[in-house]
Design a binder for this molecule. Structure first.
Ligand code: FRU
Length: 493
């Protein structure tokens, strides 16, 4: 890959001539990895979802964006609006790095409503001439067209004493009429933390302290925090960096997960159980949640990871957002399901009912590169069931369910080109019950695998040839009786 100089990474799109942008756009549009129904960058690199909200009859979805290439450079917010979280209208770049404080990037943040107006709180990233970082938290007011007006100065100008300049990603929420912001932080001992501020007027923010958890030694930085109450449980989500992998856990470069329990917001104490990963695939990070029109808690993540090169880099772009998921807690466990509105993309229903056997590997009559596939496991006497997607002579993305251990493994070693560096070519999740259903969303270069109606999700990019379209099933030994329901997915916007 070509090396990007610091100067190239911190170039503003406003300073680049139209011809260069047109050439880049043409290169990106021609990429064989372009997705059909996921939010992806028009050019360059997308990372975290930002500013998610349902406000005044519309959804707002933004993402971190470096327009000029597939690298982490000078970040903007690129914004879409939507009526249904399935079809999106681009507004374009909204928060731009155009002040001294955000000279080196408008970093992640969230959306909130105050006095019937929409606002964003975000991190301004500044570097001095010695490349030393300073981070401050800012607010911008958003008008009905999505245009923003930044407040003249930071509302939180610097991290409190005892914390480093890794201080970012404010998530604003309200409780009993009070505004709170929780912010990702690192203490002077280089341990990840979440800090809490409160405000009555959104201009003056009082530092309350750090949220006390049982995770004192749990990575050197916690990015992108989120807090909400769901079905009577308090959830604190964050992305710890610097955890060593442990068995099937924490295998990605950085993690993304949550702790659940009861949060005492006045005393800043969280009584909680273990840290759980939100996703068991290769490419998932920096999720953010919000409440939809019907009051449901929705999560959108970044389908990508920091510090990793991806095959689409060659085509001038990188990454996409995940499909939105509805969160619930059922019997004390977090469930994640695709939003029902995605059903509006379905066309060409095809169904099949039959046995998967050791031999022959059953090739299903239907195939595709953008589809939703529901596999119901009606009977299972097999030791292991193999599900293969996007198959061709050269390629296969393999899902193995091992019946005895109830483990489900995604193997992308034969999927095609791979991101780099990445630990291993498999990701595994252990289910608490026998596998009864897989619901899989396939797009040109991704798979999102929902197991057992929301129990566990594996999200991954796959960089497979267009002609790898087959779907196959077989078993290690014994038989499984399966029902397949497949829909092509079409974004006809
Ligand atoms: C997470 C993150 C955030 C930061 C943003 C910068 O991926 O590092 O902590 O605000 O990306 O693009």
């Amino acid at each position: 890959m070509t090396e990007w100089t610091r100067e190239q990474r911190y170039q503003r799109i406003e300073d680049v001539d139209q011809q260069t942008i047109d050439a880049l756009t043409e290169q990106v549009d021609a990429s064989k990895y372009r997705q059909r129904y996921h939010i992806q960058p028009t050019t360059g690199l997308l990372n975290d979802p930002n500013g998610l909200i349902y406000f005044d009859g519309k959804y707002y979805v933004s993402h971190q964006w470096f327009p000029l290439g597939p690298v982490h450079g000078l970040k903007y917010w690129y914004t879409y609006t939507s009526d249904d979280l399935v079809h999106f209208e681009p507004i374009g770049p909204t928060l731009k790095p155009d002040t001294k404080d955000d000279s080196h990037g408008v970093y992640s943040g969230s959306a909130f409503e105050y006095n019937q107006h929409l606002y964003y709180m975000y991190t301004a990233n500044h570097r001095d001439k010695d490349w030393a970082r300073s981070s401050s938290q800012h607010i911008a007011k958003v008008d009905a067209d999505g245009k923003v007006e930044k407040f003249p100065k930071a509302v939180i100008a610097e991290p409190p004493a005892g914390y480093t300049q890794h201080f970012r990603d404010p998530k604003v929420f309200t409780k009993d009429g009070v505004y709170y912001a929780i912010i990702a932080a690192q203490n002077d001992l280089e341990q990840g933390r979440v800090l809490q501020y409160r405000s009555n007027d959104i201009v003056n923010w009082e530092f309350q302290g750090e949220i006390e958890t049982k995770l004192d030694e749990f990575g050197y930085m916690w990015e992108c925090p989120d807090y909400f109450n769901l079905n009577g449980y308090d959830i604190l989500m964050f992305c710890p960096q610097g955890l060593a992998s442990k068995g099937e856990h924490f295998k990605n470069i950085y993690q993304s997960g949550y702790i659940m329990g009861q949060y005492d917001i006045d005393n800043l104490t969280m009584n909680h159980g273990d840290f759980h990963e939100l996703d068991h695939g290769f490419d998932f990070y920096a999720p953010q949640t919000f409440i939809d029109e019907q009051g449901r808690r929705i999560l959108i993540g970044w389908m990508g990871l920091p510090d990793t090169n991806y095959p689409s880099d060659e085509d001038g772009w990188a990454h996409c957002l995940t499909i939105p998921r509805v969160l619930t807690i059922e019997e004390g466990k977090l469930k994640q399901r695709p939003i029902p509105a995605l059903e509006s993309l379905r066309t060409n229903e095809e169904t099949a009912l039959g046995y998967a056997n050791k031999f022959p590997r059953q090739l299903h009559p239907y195939e595709g590169t953008q589809y939703e596939l529901i596999i119901d496991i009606l009977e299972n006497d097999a030791t292991a069931i193999y599900f293969e997607l996007r198959t061709s002579k050269q390629h296969s993305t393999l899902i193995t369910y091992d019946t005895k251990s109830r483990t489900l493994t995604l193997d992308r070693s034969e999927s095609g080109l791979l991101p780099d560096p990445v630990e291993g070519t498999t990701r595994t999740t252990t289910l608490s019950q026998d596998l009864t259903q897989l619901r899989i969303y396939v797009d040109t270069s991704s798979v999102e695998i929902f197991c057992n109606n929301g129990e566990s999700v594996l999200t991954s990019r796959i960089f497979t040839d267009e002609n790898a379209t087959g779907i196959k099933t077989s078993t290690e030994s014994g038989q499984a009786y399966l029902r397949f329901t497949k829909y092509d997915l079409k974004d006809d916007k």
